[in-house]
Design a protein around this ligand. Sequence first.
Ligand SMILES: Cc1cc2nc3c(=O)[nH]c(=O)nc-3n(C[C@H](O)[C@H](O)[C@H](O)COP(=O)(O)OP(=O)(O)OC[C@H]3O[C@@H](n4cnc5c(N)ncnc54)[C@H](O)[C@@H]3O)c2cc1C
Length: 465
Amino acid sequence: MSEVFDRLKAIVGPKGFTEDPAEIAPHLEEWRSKYKGSSPLLLKPASTQEVEAIAAVCNQTKTPLVPQGGNTGLVGGQIPFENEVLLTLSRMNRIRSLDARDASIVVDAGVILATAQAAAEEKGLMVALSLASEGTTTIGGLVSTNAGGVNVLRYGMMREQVLGLEVVLADGRKLDLLRTLRKDNTGYDLKQMFIGAEGTLGIVTAAAIKLFPKPAQRATAFAAVPDVPSAVALLARLQEETNGLLNAFELMSRNGLELVLDHIQGAKDPLSAPSPWYVLCEASGPVAIEAAFQKALEITLEQGIVSDVAVASSEAQREALWKLRESMSEAQKLEGPSLKHDVSVPISAAAAFIETAIAAVTNELPSARPVPFGHLGDGNLHFNFQMARGGDVAHYLARWDEIQQIVHDIVHDYGGSFSAEHGVGVMKREALRRYKSATEVDIMRTLKRTLDPKNILNPGKLVPD
Ligand SMILES: Cc1cc2nc3c(=O)[nH]c(=O)nc-3n(C[C@H](O)[C@H](O)[C@H](O)COP(=O)(O)OP(=O)(O)OC[C@H]3O[C@@H](n4cnc5c(N)ncnc54)[C@H](O)[C@@H]3O)c2cc1C
């Protein structure tokens, strides 16, 4: 192995690797501390050519390679488990070009999302993707997980934002699909194979991303609703009145909001009386959007669909409302352990699913506190169960797999997905085998064997053995 490592180190030069355990350590544990791994070598190439050379050596010597971006993935996909070599593209962080006429930005895969957003904003444009981890996640990670976030309702997931990709294949060849064309109907759309592939089919080294005009106005509100069917009714009314210009529609429960108020400095309840459920909703577009948004809220207040509402009247108020939603994951982490699920169901089934699944889980774990929240406008719920205060952490977390299967079985019954936006990684490989058809799994394995016959790219992730 030491001879292989010497070859890899020679490719990247002294600045391009570390074997220092202290420097490698932060890359071995993910955000939730559910998965911890090990790696003897972290490679930090500075160019696509170096990535090509690394892959060629790894392929020739059957050395497993785990690509890692910002290490914010939530299914363990970026963690090396078998002493594999880690690869970070953090030194590949150049904005290659931004063309306002093409409404596109071309970036190295190591660029942080917030950096790409800021570059677009400087030109009066916008990267549509937005998520709580945007200060840390990289374009390579977002592409490889087909990330979602809070604007999917209007703009779609990462898959819909990507115009082109540059990918290094397992055998070291560069696949140059880095085009900024809106229309290119020339056979199989190969770039789509690598979006959501979690580093198992190739290493993404650059991406061309769509840009959108920065909206002239945003209208943001925090609405109290008595139940989930009312939230679904509010969604329909807001879409109707704003002519489909809603970009975010996020559900929170009262106990979720209370966790944020307890743990997050500066968080304030914007309404005077508690409500079992809340929706943070936002529309954006031309100046007239605010009036249409207000009208929908007034109608739903009159109809009793909404019981109270706080509308942001300044950017500071908008940020304060968003902070309540964006701090949900952090507040849950600070409160203690929780059993987490990232699922989707048809929006029409969301209320029934929440009721059925909460009953099924609390039947098994009576003290668990349900804290469902998330992108209701996409039918996507982060369906989490917080441990009761003072509970036995090890005992609680030991039930995660069992509870997950109960939830996923119900999701499946409602025609939903066991992974709405976080991917499969190691966490959901068994679920993939359980809920996907044998034909789907077979085609995935065939694709993996074709593009990575020696199984060097992120082995043990996504595709079941
Ligand atoms: C607080 C918080 C909030 C979040 N909110 C959301 C949300 O709203 N929506 C959402 O979808 N996700 C969310 N996530 C999850 C996470 O941010 C996304 O999955 C993100 O896309 C991961 O990007 P990353 O750069 O951190 O990649 P990593 O976590 O480092 O890697 C993720 C996967 O991509 C692979 N990979 C990384 N870089 C490359 C590359 N260059 N080439 C090939 N493969 C690569 C890795 O091997 C791994 O399988 C959240 C996470 C946190 C911590």
